[in-house]
Design a protein around this ligand. Structure first.
Ligand code: SF4
Length: 120
């Protein structure tokens, strides 16, 4: 069963939490070191299926900028980051692009869209 030490990033306190598999717990895990309940779900997700917002750039045509900054609108599994980058690296877009425009819809069936991080 997974276990580990996790630093919570939900708020600036940054609790250091220990996560231990525990069949006796309803959640399947015991979490120690969290100052509030928000850390429990975060800590368990970090040891079972860690996710992150992915930020990158895509090639931009017809503009002074060469690259358009983009990010996912939801966290994506960390183990798919490299595969997502391979998809993102194939994309070129033309201006104009508005902040929040969907550049890649539902990347790798993660449920996350890659969106523009600025207006160009
Ligand atoms: S567990 Fe609660 S208090 Fe601690 S860092 Fe996370 S959100 Fe903040």
């Amino acid at each position: 069963m997974e276990k580990g030490i996790v630093t919570c990033t939900i708020c600036p306190i940054g609790c250091s939490m220990e996560v231990i598999g525990a069949r006796s717990s309803d959640l399947g895990y015991l979490v120690k070191g969290n100052r509030c309940n928000r850390g429990i779900e975060y800590a368990i997700a970090e040891v079972t299926n860690p996710t992150r917002i992915l930020t990158s750039t895509v090639r931009l045509n017809n503009a002074n900028l060469r690259r358009l900054p983009v990010r996912t609108d939801k966290p994506v599994p960390k183990n798919l980051m490299l595969d997502c980058m391979k998809v993102i690296n194939l994309v070129e877009v033309d201006t104009p692009i508005a902040l929040g425009t969907i550049i890649i819809e539902d990347i790798l069936s993660t449920g996350a869209n890659v969106i523009s991080s600025r207006t160009v």
